[in-house]
Design a protein around this ligand. Structure first.
Ligand SMILES: CC(C)(COP(=O)(O)OP(=O)(O)OC[C@H]1O[C@@H](n2cnc3c(N)ncnc32)[C@H](O)[C@@H]1OP(=O)(O)O)[C@@H](O)C(=O)NCCC(=O)NCCS
Length: 201
C-alpha cells in the first residue's frame, strides 16, 4: 500500500536510506541525523512530500521524497547548524575523506542542460528514492514513483527531474520514461540529469 509518510515511519525511512545509499552524503552523517533532523524536517516541510510503501503493522519497504523546490528544502535541512556540525565531525572521524568529498560536492558545481529554454530549477525534483536492499527488484520503487508522478501531474506541474550518479538508478528512471537532458558535475562526481515530462491527456 502506498501512503504518505507518518511520524511513526521516521526510523524505518532512516534505516532504508542508510542501507540503500550508504555512500551518499546524508546517510554518512549517521542514522541519528537522518532520524532526528533530516526526515522530520522533510515531513514538516511544505517544500516536499514523502510517500512510503508498506503498512503500519508490517512496516515499510521503500520511500520516496519529491521536492517542489530543492534549494529551499536543502536550506531547511541544513538549518540545524550545531547537530549538522556534530554529525559532520563524527563522519570525518569515521572517514577523513568525508570533508574533502563534501566540500567538493558543495563547491564545484557545473551544469550542462541540452534542452533550450527549460528552467529545471522551476521543476519539482525526485530528491531521494530507496527500496530496502532485501526488497529491491520487486516493483516497490516503481509503484512509489508512478504514484508520486501522478500526484505531481494532478497538481499541475509540467514534469519532474531527477539527478543520479548511479548506473542502476539511471536504468530504473529510463524504464519510467525519464529522458537524459544534461549533466551536473559535483566534485569528482558526474550526475545524469533526467526529465520526465507530463503529457496532458
Ligand atoms: C533504484 C531503486 C529505488 C529501484 O527500486 P526497486 O523497488 O528495486 O525498483 P523496481 O523493482 O520497481 O524496479 C523496476 C525496474 O528498474 C530497473 N532496476 C531497478 N534496480 C536495478 C538495478 N539494480 N540494476 C538495473 N536495473 C534496475 C529495472 O529495469 C527494473 O525492472 P526489472 O526488475 O523488471 O528488470 C532501488 O534499486 C534502490 O533503492 N537502489 C538504491 C538506492 C538508489 O540508487 N536510489 C536512487 C538514487 S536517489
Amino acid at each position: 500500500m502506498i501512503r504518505e509518510a507518518l511520524q511513526t515511519d521516521i526510523k524505518q525511512i532512516a534505516a532504508i536510506h542508510s542501507n540503500a545509499l550508504p555512500n551518499d552524503l546524508l546517510p554518512q552523517l549517521g542514522i541519528n541525523f537522518l532520524s532526528h533532523y533530516f526526515i522530520p524536517t522533510c515531513l514538516r516541510s511544505k517544500n516536499c512530500f514523502i510517500l512510503v510503501n508498506g503498512n503500519i503493522k508490517k512496516g515499510i519497504s521503500a520511500f520516496v521524497i519529491f521536492a517542489y523546490d530543492t534549494n529551499k528544502l536543502t536550506r531547511e535541512v541544513t538549518a540545524y547548524k550545531i547537530p549538522l556540525l556534530i554529525a559532520t565531525l563524527k563522519a570525518i572521524i569515521k572517514k577523513p575523506r568525508f570533508i574533502k568529498e563534501t566540500l567538493a560536492f558543495i563547491r564545484n558545481q557545473k551544469q550542462l542542460i541540452n534542452i533550450k529554454d527549460l528552467d529545471i530549477s522551476a521543476l519539482p525534483e525526485l530528491y531521494i528514492i530507496a527500496t530496502d536492499s532485501s526488497h529491491q527488484r520487486q516493483g516497490h520503487g516503481s509503484k512509489l514513483l508512478n504514484i508520486g508522478l501522478d500526484m505531481l501531474q494532478s497538481q499541475g506541474h509540467k514534469g519532474c527531474i531527477v539527478k543520479t550518479a548511479l548506473a542502476a538508478a539511471t536504468q530504473f528512471y529510463l524504464k519510467h520514461d525519464f529522458k537524459p537532458i544534461g549533466i551536473e558535475y559535483r566534485g569528482t562526481k558526474k550526475f545524469n540529469i533526467l526529465f520526465h515530462e507530463f503529457i496532458s491527456a
